[in-house]
Design a protein around this ligand. Structure first.
Ligand SMILES: O=C(O)C(=O)C[C@]1(C(=O)O)C=C[C@@H](O)C=C1
Length: 282
């Protein structure tokens, strides 16, 4: 089976994908959009993309494409510990650094470290941590550093000058497996953390208590929400959709008529799946 992931090789997403799909063909993509397109066009069966980080929050691009591509659903979530290192070309030295490159999530997760130790050095966004590391390895004449992981340092032959630069010891990223198959991914070799249902909810118009009505559908049924995120619909200020995770299975929701009640308040519900959350190694 072909599985797309946000690449290139040695991105955090690849480390997650390799644990989820040890026996499949992994195809690196250069953006989250390309991962969604590969699934949408049927070029691959599934893709793995980041959804959320414990320091920096939601990866908004992933939420936006989940919203824009209703045929794509979630098969599983997987949580992985994240450690960032600052690395340079082995022929350069620490004093030479003129720019630091990385994925915006990685730069944000290490913001205080970089601001304290490399305050005047400009930081520049890259499509992934591994793409930044690869670029550093291919351009020894420009004095640049990358924030990336240990595997990227090994693969691209870079020298680590600062280790574990993330601003909080607890740093985890949650990845999702996306596909059009409406499957539930299973893996007995990985530790399961729980089961949840995911949905995108849009309210018909902005009115007082609209979100309260949605939340009360779950509250009075004693269904626990593990995540709620609002994201702009891009149709004007103040217009949002909501990504909601409810603990438990979709059957609980159907059985308790929660869906019917959501429909009765004219909420538009796009069900993303009923799936398990797995724990990965770093
Ligand atoms: O840049 C990478 O290596 C990625 O896989 C992307 C990504 C993200 O978007 O959150 C994944 C994990 C880390 O949080 C940092 C970056």
């Amino acid at each position: 089976m072909k599985i797309a992931f946000l690449g290139p090789h040695a991105s955090f997403t690849q480390l997650a994908t390799a644990q989820l799909f040890p026996n499949d063909e992994l195809l690196p993509q250069s953006s989250i959009l390309d991962c969604f397109s590969a699934v949408e066009n049927g070029d691959v069966a599934k893709a793995v993309v980041p959804l959320e980080n414990s320091i920096e929050g939601t990866v908004s691009m992933t939420l936006d494409y989940l919203y824009k591509t209703p045929s794509i659903k979630i098969e599983a979530e997987a949580v992985m510990p994240i450690a960032h290192h600052l690395m340079i070309h082995p022929d350069n030295s620490i004093e030479d650094i003129e720019k630091i490159y990385s994925h915006p999530q990685a730069l944000a997760q290490s913001f205080h470290f970089l601001d304290t130790h490399y305050k005047d050095i400009p930081k520049q966004d890259f499509s992934s941590t591994a793409a930044a590391a690869k670029y550093v390895s291919e351009n020894k004449d420009i004095k640049i550093a990358a924030v990336a992981n240990q595997y990227a340092a090994n693969l691209y032959g870079l020298k680590i000058i600062n280790r574990n630069i993330q601003d909080f010891e607890q740093n985890h990223t949650r990845f999702i497996i996306i596909s059009k198959l409406q499957n539930k991914y299973e893996n007995e070799d990985l530790q399961t953390l729980g089961e949840k249902s995911g949905m995108l909810i849009t309210l018909p118009e902005d009115h007082p208590g609209g979100l309260h009505q949605v939340l009360s559908v779950f509250a009075w049924r004693k269904m626990n929400l593990s995540k709620i995120e609002s994201r702009t619909l891009k149709t004007g200020l103040g217009n949002y959709f909501f990504f909601i995770n409810v603990e438990g299975s979709w059957n609980d929701i159907l059985h308790g008529n929660a869906l019917k009640e959501l429909e009765s308040i004219n909420a538009d519900v796009d069900f993303l799946g009923n799936y398990k959350e797995f724990l990965l190694e770093s």
